[in-house]
Ligand binder design. Structure first.
Ligand code: ADP
Ligand code: MG
Length: 480
């Protein structure tokens, strides 16, 4: 029998705010343990939580970006449970009134097919503290700095059908929250955390199988690995005719396996009840509209623009919109040139190689080579003053070396400026030759009479304007 995997994701996004969700404690990651903790974080009797406007704005932005309905009347609830990392004995969250409902994430699989994965809800809540079980031989240690940090939880419908789709889903969410500037998207530090709900069913079935929840994947690649392993594990059990419990499992990245943590049948009854200390949060239509107007361009919008208006390929548009600084660099180049294709080629070619080679990011690169300089290089090439090869191999590295230098100045000092004529002929000859790869082989193996064909084609491309003698020389030189 063939099996089909079914996946629904729950993603916790730690919001970039200065203070925590319901009090003024510092929300920064990485402080000395238990230094960002006040009586409010610890829920001491008599303390009162307060709303954090920035956290709410962030949640609204994500919801708008994902086409959700934004709820105007928001209430908070207490989710009660006992655990060492939860000093209050309850978590403030949203139960019946999540701030966002509906909406979807558009994922693009490798073969370029688009699919909308619907969202169940997005709600606001606070983080718990952090237990550390590997810092001391005999004791578990607890850091409450994280307790009360603002989170949103994004819950998808069980609509993904492969580990790859789940991988794309998390990738899109991470890209989006980084674009919006509401989360750093760092999965290793836990600012973005993903739980995967996985079940399998016979292909063609409409009844979902037993759901297993997998936690503790600290990278998007590990989300994919965990789902792949868990799918195989469940299929193997089904094939043996064995049933398995609905449970929570943990991914062990070293071994690439999932391990049982706890059984779902013993799930807590959280005894949700309305949070009595926080007044309902009322968002007016006007307020939501104002936030919408302040939002930056979204990656999906940019992708569509690069593809449809600038005619870039899917792949180029995808890579350029991968993160906001990269997209902004590109957008800045094309403010100064209308040769979009060439701008994209620089991004995908010389610039990318340079970033990889030097292991720096585009923001650091921007400080060395301003986007206008790439536009200036493109202009020099298009005017026939500089060959593309010389621009990429000689001028570009010199610009990266010294941020004070200008392209024309570098090219002049290297003495590689061509008269318009020469390089125009060069490019025409290149284009003419590119039409006859087979004939070039023949020419090289002795059929010298083909020279006339190449020269004729180049003359045709120049609309008869080029000097035939120069074209002849250029062709002979190019063919060695
Ligand atoms: P729980 O109460 O265990 O948290 P929910 O019904 O709230 O379960 O669903 C949580 C997540 O699990 C959602 O992302 C949902 O899409 C997903 N999910 C629900 N049922 C299944 C299933 N049979 N297989 C895979 N994912 C599922
Ligand atoms: Mg759950």
């Amino acid at each position: 029998m063939e099996y089909q995997v079914v996946i629904g994701l729950e993603i916790h996004v730690q919001l970039l705010t200065l203070s925590k969700a319901f009090c003024g404690d510092n929300a920064e990651y990485g402080g000395m343990p238990n230094t960002h903790v006040s009586a409010i974080s610890l829920g001491h009797p008599g303390t009162l939580p307060m709303h954090n406007k920035v956290a709410v704005d962030h949640a609204i932005k994500v919801g708008l970006a994902l086409n959700c309905n934004i709820r105007e009347f928001n209430e908070y609830a207490r989710k009660n449970y006992f655990y060492a990392d939860l000093p209050k004995g309850y978590q403030i969250t949203q139960d019946k009134t999540p701030i966002c409902t509906g909406g979807h994430v558009t994922i693009r699989t490798k073969d370029g097919v688009e699919k909308n994965v619907n969202l169940t809800r997005i709600h606001m809540e606070e983080d718990s503290g952090k237990s550390m079980h590997d810092q001391d031989l005999t004791d578990s240690l607890i850091d409450y700095n994280r307790a009360g940090v603002a989170l949103i939880e994004i819950v998808s419908e069980p609509e993904m059908r492969s580990a790859e789709e789940a991988f794309q889903f998390v990738t899109e969410i991470r890209k989006l929250v980084r674009y919006l500037g509401i989360c750093d998207g760092n999965m290793e530090e836990g600012s973005l955390r993903c739980d995967a709900n996985i079940s399998v069913m016979p292909v063609g079935s409409t009844t979902f199988g037993t759901k297993v929840e997998v936690k503790n994947m600290n990278s998007i690649t590990n989300v994919r690995r965990a789902i792949e392993f868990e799918t195989e594990r469940q299929i193997a059990l089904c094939e043996k005719g064995e049933t398995f419990p609905s449970e929570t499992r943990s991914f062990n990245a070293l071994k690439g396996i999932t391990i049982s943590l706890r059984n779902k049948e013993l799930a807590n009854d959280y005894r949700y009840f309305p949070e009595p200390d926080l007044p309902p949060l009322v968002l007016s239509e006007h307020y939501i509209k104002k936030i919408k107007e302040e939002m930056p361009a979204l990656p999906a919008e940019l992708f569509a623009r690069l593809k449809n208006e600038l005619s870039l390929t899917d792949y180029d548009a995808q890579v350029i919109t991968e993160d906001r600084p990269t997209a902004e660099y590109f957008l800045e180049i094309i403010k100064h040139t209308s040769n979009f294709k060439s701008a994209a080629n620089w991004m995908m070619g010389a610039i990318r190689s340079y970033l990889n080679e030097k292991a720096i990011d585009i923001s650091a690169f921007n400080k060395k080579v301003a986007p206008q300089k790439i536009a200036a290089l493109i202009a020099l090439i298009d005017e026939g003053k500089l060959s593309h090869t010389a621009a990429a191999q000689q001028v570009f590295p010199a610009l990266a070396e010294d941020s004070a230098k200008e392209p024309l100045e570098v090219a002049e000092s290297l003495n590689i400026i061509q008269s318009g004529d020469e390089s125009l002929i060069d490019s025409i000859v290149e284009e003419a030759l590119s039409k006859f790869p087979d004939k070039i082989e023949e020419y090289r193996s002795g059929k010298k009479g083909l020279l006339g064909l190449f020269v004729g084609e180049a003359m045709k491309l120049s609309k008869g304007k080029a000097d035939p003698k120069k074209v002849n020389e250029a062709v002979t030189k190019k063919l060695g």
